[in-house]
Design a protein around this ligand. Structure first.
Ligand SMILES: Cc1cc2nc3c(=O)[nH]c(=O)nc-3n(C[C@H](O)[C@H](O)[C@H](O)COP(=O)(O)OP(=O)(O)OC[C@H]3O[C@@H](n4cnc5c(N)ncnc54)[C@H](O)[C@@H]3O)c2cc1C
Length: 394
């Protein structure tokens, strides 16, 4: 087994040394941590989240971190390590990276040569910004009930309706949009479209969130698209959305791990410095127990994320179920870890715009987007084989 690498805190070096990872992953982890440290000023830059988001996207492109989007191999362990490192460093860095990767994935997997040529080089360079628009006000968890209408016309398609809660709305150059093209009920009759942001009839309504970021609703009002805007097969929109979301769930778990590690590290440093009852806060048994709980959760989350990423990289269909397990556990555990870290800080953890206060706001959405915790539980329960030999039976 390879020895632990010298990657500083962000990652658990002993976990990276497991055979679930290869040497190029360990080297990648090292480079990620170094890059994040070098880019500290860009990541911490002041300004509106929209401006900062585009600036970080450009830096990610210049750093080569998005290059894989244009012709690179699928490597979900690398994707998870990138999200973990970026989330540890900065919320908007993870946001910029993950939404770009999420929006490029349907193009990479289902785009024509022409569509890929048009968009992927810019997305990989960070000069073009992407977005993936599935949700609607009345169709969040229940993707099959999407109502945005795409009617076929003599010159292409006409879109009417709205999308809700779309990451990168307002700064994206191109939206991958799932709309209803057929009369088919539910999941049938949905198709995917590539919609440039300057298409007449498309309007963005920004929505301020508890953790500031470019996000908003999209309104389509007689938004006309050419025939070649269709992405993948007509009627293939539901499988495209489900496949992309299924693949990315484990990466949400990885981001949760990054936020949680940052909170736990900050709380540990604080507890070792803070004088308490003649010693340090960390000397108190109940505080030590809190850190033990955090450690167990971090270990379990990291192993679950690594398992599902390793499975998808080697082509095992079991990744789908385990991607949900990883997302559910890691995001729920991260919420608890950040909360425990705030508790360790006491009032200092509640100061507006302090690190802990920001992490407390930033971690919340991960239990909701790309399939809420309740939806993950439903997916996992459905995947449990009812014919499995009951435990204890011979
Ligand atoms: C920060 C952020 C970024 C986002 N980015 C995007 C994006 O880029 N693109 C995009 O398309 N969408 C995006 N979303 C939307 C996100 O995918 C939806 O919020 C999510 O799917 C949940 O939908 P909803 O908010 O409508 O909640 P609802 O679906 O209304 O759910 C409300 C509650 O009901 C529960 N519930 C729903 N169904 C079930 C069930 N079957 N069993 C048990 N409980 C259930 C949910 O778990 C939840 O607790 C984003 C959301 C956030 C917060």
């Amino acid at each position: 087994m390879p020895s632990p690498t010298t990657v500083p805190s962000t990652f658990d070096t002993h976990l990276l040394a497991l055979p679930l990872y290869e040497d190029h992953h360990r080297e990648l982890a090292q480079r990620l941590v170094t890059w994040c440290a070098e880019q500290r000023e860009v990541l911490a830059g002041a300004g509106r989240p929209e401006t900062v988001g585009r600036r970080i996207l450009r830096a990610l492109g210049d750093g080569g971190w998005l290059a894989f989007l244009d012709g690179g191999p699928d490597d979900y362990r690398a994707l998870c390590l990138a999200r973990e490192a970026l989330a540890y460093a900065d919320d908007l860095a993870d946001y910029a990276f993950s939404i770009q990767a999420l929006s490029a994935t349907p193009l990479r997997r289902f785009g024509t040569d022409e569509q890929r040529r048009r968009y992927l080089p810019g997305l990989a360079a960070g000069t073009l910004c992407g977005a993936f628009a599935v949700s609607e006000e009345a169709a969040g968890s229940d993707v099959a009930s999407i109502g945005l209408a795409a009617r076929e016309t003599a010159s292409g398609w006409l879109l009417n309706g709205a999308k809700a809660w779309i990451a990168n709305a307002g700064i994206a150059d191109v939206y991958t949009v799932i709309a209803r093209t057929g009369p088919g009920p539910g999941a049938f009759g949905l198709s995917a479209f590539l919609v440039p942001s300057d298409t007449p009839g498309l309007r963005v309504e920004p929505v301020p969130m508890i953790a500031p970021r470019a996000l908003g609703h999209l309104v389509f009002d007689d938004c006309a698209l050419p025939p070649e805007a269709l992405l993948g097969a007509r009627g293939g929109g539901y499988p495209i959305a489900m496949e992309v979301l299924g693949r990315f769930r484990m990466t949400v778990g990885a981001a949760a791990l990054g936020f949680a590690r940052r909170a736990a590290d900050a709380a540990l440093a604080r507890s070792r410095e803070r004088p308490m009852q003649g010693g340090k806060l960390f000397d108190l048994p109940t505080v030590r127990a809190a850190f033990a709980e955090m450690e167990v959760k971090l270990d379990a989350a990291a192993l679950l994320v690594a398992r599902s990423a390793w499975e998808i990289d080697r082509g095992s269909p079991r990744y789908a179920r385990h991607s949900s397990v990883a997302k559910l556990y890691a995001t729920e555990a991260a919420q608890q870890i950040v909360d425990s870290a705030v508790q360790v800080f006491g009032a200092a953890g509640l100061v507006h715009d302090s690190l802990l206060e920001r992490l407390y706001r930033q971690i919340r959405s991960l239990r909701i987007y790309e399939g809420s915790s309740e939806v993950q539980r439903a997916i996992i329960a459905a995947a449990i084989d009812p014919d499995r030999t009951p435990r204890g039976a011979s």
